[in-house]
Write a protein that binds this ligand. Structure first.
Ligand code: SF4
Ligand code: SF4
Length: 70
């Protein structure tokens, strides 16, 4: 059964668009599955646990997160 997951488009992600470089998508994930090492970094997803709900994608001001079916 296919499952959905978040994927960060590295070309579109621009942490400068986020307040203090803190990824808005990281803050938005209700399951705390996105990780950002330090402000200004591109966030990393957690494909094995991500539920593909899309909350992070909606929060990203750069529209850099896509929900894909794997
Ligand atoms: S993924 Fe979106 S919300 Fe997160 S740092 Fe990049 S631009 Fe900001
Ligand atoms: S799609 Fe949902 S579960 Fe997955 S990282 Fe985004 S907010 Fe979290």
């Amino acid at each position: 059964m296919p499952s959905k997951m978040a994927l960060v488009d590295f070309g579109k992600c621009n942490p400068d668009m986020c307040e203090s470089g803190i990824c808005a998508a990281v803050e938005a994930c209700p399951h705390k599955l996105l990780k950002q090492e330090v402000p200004g970094d591109i966030p990393m997803t957690n494909p094995s646990l991500c539920r593909g709900c899309g909350t992070c994608a909606q929060a990203c001001p750069a529209k850099a997160i896509k929900i894909v079916t794997q």
